[in-house]
Design a protein around this ligand. Sequence first.
Ligand SMILES: Nc1ncnc2c1ncn2[C@@H]1O[C@H](COP(=O)(O)OP(=O)(O)O)[C@@H](O)[C@H]1O
Length: 190
Amino acid sequence: MTNIVLFGKPGAGKGTQAEFLKEKYKLTHISTGDVFRFNLKNDTELGKQARVFMDAGDLVPDELTTKMLIDEVNKHPNTNGILFDGYPRTLSQSVALDEFLTSINSKVAATIALEADDEILIQRLLERGKTSGRIDDQDEEKIRNRYQEYNEKTAPLMDYYKAQGKFFPVNGIGSIAEITDRVSAVIDNL
Ligand SMILES: Nc1ncnc2c1ncn2[C@@H]1O[C@H](COP(=O)(O)OP(=O)(O)O)[C@@H](O)[C@H]1O
């Protein structure tokens, strides 16, 4: 299994790149944001629990998120590898992911970070909010809160993966195809 973590701030283009990468490398794409939104839409028990956090732009509590993630991975026992998009987002989630992958004889092969400036990203999200219907994309204050969550809780993961020699930053500004090429260069070298 080649498991790749796609890392980046909100709006960095993880979901867009994942669509191309999953085809190219025959990976299973798991977006925690998408799974949560599916549960919100279908008003499941998980959706009910996650809604308040998501609508405010806060992270959903680790325990709930990790349980959901493990359930998703377990739905694909024969996969070539997983493309993790939006997970892990806290140190506790990184540790939980490593423990879980070890338990199934696997590991994170690489964490690939799409890098771009905050102001560019905030504009992208506001633009997306006009058509996506996502409450968390429609209001600058909620977007700024997501950046604060990222800076406080998610940014420290960079050091966690750097210490393991698994952190690969990629310039996230350019055409979609250019960025796919940059990410592919990292994967092809693994
Ligand atoms: N790993 C996670 N841990 C906690 N909450 C999460 C996680 N992944 C997604 N969420 C929740 O879902 C929301 C939307 O996720 P996502 O679509 O990945 O956002 P973004 O476009 O901001 O990167 C987050 O703001 C958060 O509330």
